[in-house]
Design a protein around this ligand. Sequence first.
Ligand code: SF4
Length: 212
Amino acid sequence: MSGSYLSSITILAMCSTCIGSEEYGHFAQVFDEMLDGYLENAAKGVRADYDPYSKTVCLLHEKWNRFDGGAPLVACGICRNDLSVDTEGRLFPCHRFVGLGKFCVGSVQEGVKTDRVREIYLDYQGVRLRTCGDCWARNLCSGPCPWHIANDDGTFDAPEIERCESTRLQMRRAMWLYAELRDRHTAFLAKVLGCKEDDLRPAGTQVSTANR
Ligand code: SF4
């Protein structure tokens, strides 16, 4: 049998072009307002249908309680446990990169081009070291999504300042929320984290470094 069974569709990279200062400002306002609602629900022991905070609260708890709370070299699975194939049989670091020809990392017929994968990692890590090295949130954020900072020519740029500010703001909200829940709604926090109340360490407790 021969012929073409799949056809290509065009997917536009919309994040960096469609979200600007106005939208980030609007997000900030909405997320601030949602904090009060989250605490009201926590007082009743109810989890909201849409909950943009619990995942970050869990992340904070995990980092706070782990001895090796650093960030991974690459937070997502590009080129490691993730590869996507387009309708021509070309391989890309993940589904988001499909259509960005300069990020092609091989083909179904020829396999993965490890040199190109190495280049992608080095380029990405270079941007991350220059951009994230001084950021207080680097071990929580773990760096930008590679696709968000990818250029059409196969290189990477620094992440947008507004996106980073939005990320840090969300981390600060989650930290505040974690402290509020721990002090006022301990049972609810334990439910969110999937642990026992006794397992929550009181405010001001430091992680032991004895086993490092
Ligand atoms: S917020 Fe921005 S600068 Fe900070 S770690 Fe994340 S991507 Fe890097």
